[in-house]
Design a protein around this ligand. Structure first.
Ligand SMILES: Cc1cc2nc3c(=O)[nH]c(=O)nc-3n(C[C@H](O)[C@H](O)[C@H](O)COP(=O)(O)O)c2cc1C
Length: 357
């Protein structure tokens, strides 16, 4: 292993939405998407030395018994509050390209950068959810077109953030900017971090060319290296470096059996209808999924489950780091307790392994 590598970055996939992180009615702890709760979790994450916080951007729920993600705090306004409640941790917002004009996003982002003194970042979602967009009369366009529009969107945001205010002109199939002017410009240089979490070939091509962080969905821990190397090699061909992260649902108990029992309970009470709606939205072409794939969606939205005893979970995290992951965006069952437990129980082991600062 390259010993000069940066240590593993840790983030929390925040519960700013109802029923995140599992599409299940099994809830050992009360549902709590409220802003006060998010602040408490953000502060606990900062106290644990975590590096970043990531919300979910949703406009409408996914039906079923849970109406999965039906209640959600909007992520730009959420980030403003979280940034003023914290001091060190990086806070992301997530934008759906067709919903906010790039000038509006650049302006809101620059404002958040100033509020957080350079601690804000942007996750860009090209826009896949017909269920949400139909409510606004916005069409979900063809996949390749969607990503071509996203490239244009990022070009504009970067231009507005980095070029002399009032001088940025741009024209593409989707946007026309004349004398683009965003002031103040962000303090983060060259610009705030830009992330994407797409899984498709279109997404990978775009991330390598334009983003700072890629949130990836490897099918297993063993296959993570292949997925990471693919992105890093593509980025190298543009003389760029892209950091890679995965987004595991992490459950650890005293024994593997206890942890597996929790997983079984979550799956026994899986909300089939909401899970199917979520999966269908992500891949309109498919329509039917095998049980295993639906269960993966139901546990943490499709990220790799990391479930076991403390020692097993630490070992799986080490393997992901060894496979080349620079970061991990974690979902927990009970964020308030688990963030503190992670600090006390897992961080010391990860430090001993020399993979965490
Ligand atoms: C870590 C992560 C975070 C994501 N956040 C959101 C989100 O907040 N809102 C959303 O609509 N989609 C979100 N997505 C969906 C992706 O951006 C992407 O559009 C989706 O996985 C489909 O991939 P594709 O666009 O490459 O087809 C997220 C995905 C991942 C893996």
């Amino acid at each position: 292993m390259n010993t000069n590598r940066d240590k593993l970055k840790l983030g929390l996939f925040m519960p700013n939405c109802s029923y995140w992180a599992s599409i299940s009615t099994y809830k050992p702890d009360p549902e709590d998407w409220t802003f006060d709760s998010n602040v408490e979790i953000a502060k606990a994450a900062e106290d644990a030395g975590f590096d970043f916080l990531f919300p979910i951007a949703k406009w409408r729920g996914y039906g079923g018994k849970t109406d999965y993600l039906g209640i959600s705090l909007e992520t730009f306004t959420w980030a403003a509050g979280i940034l003023t409640s914290t001091e060190k941790i990086q806070v992301f917002s997530t934008v759906h390209v067709p919903v906010f004009h790039p000038v509006a996003t650049a302006k809101m982002g620059a404002t958040l950068d100033h509020i957080g003194k350079g601690r804000w970042g942007l996750n860009i979602v090209s826009g896949w959810s017909e269920r949400e967009f139909s409510m606004m009369g916005i069409d979900v366009i063809e996949h390749g077109e969607r990503y071509a529009r996203t490239e244009s969107y990022i070009d504009i945001i970067k231009g507005l953030w980095t070029q002399k205010p009032g001088t940025f002109d741009y024209e593409s199939k989707w946007y026309k900017i004349s004398g683009g002017d965003v002031q103040p410009q962000p303090t983060a240089k060259p610009h705030p971090l830009i992330a994407n979490a797409g899984t498709s070939e279109d997404a990978k091509a775009m991330v390598a060319k334009m983003c700072d962080w890629a949130f990836l969905s490897p099918p297993s821990i063993k296959e993570a290296g292949e997925v990471v190397n693919d992105i890093k090699n593509r980025a190298s061909s543009y003389s760029r470096r892209v950091s890679c992260a995965c987004y595991p649902f992490v459950i650890w108990k005293d024994s593997e059996q206890e942890a597996q029992e929790i997983k079984e309970k979550l799956l026994e009470e899986m909300d089939d209808e909401a899970t199917q709606n979520w999966a269908n939205g992500l891949n309109k072409q498919s329509g039917s999924y095998d049980k295993h794939t639906l269960e993966m969606f139901s546990l943490g939205g499709g990220g790799i489950p990391i479930i076991g005893s403390k020692a097993q979970v630490a070992e799986m995290i080490r393997e992901l780091y060894t496979e080349g992951m620079d970061g991990m965006l974690m979902s927990f069952l009970d964020y308030k307790k688990d963030t503190v437990r992670f600090k006390n129980e897992l961080l010391p082991i990860l430090r001993n392994m020399n993979i965490r600062k």
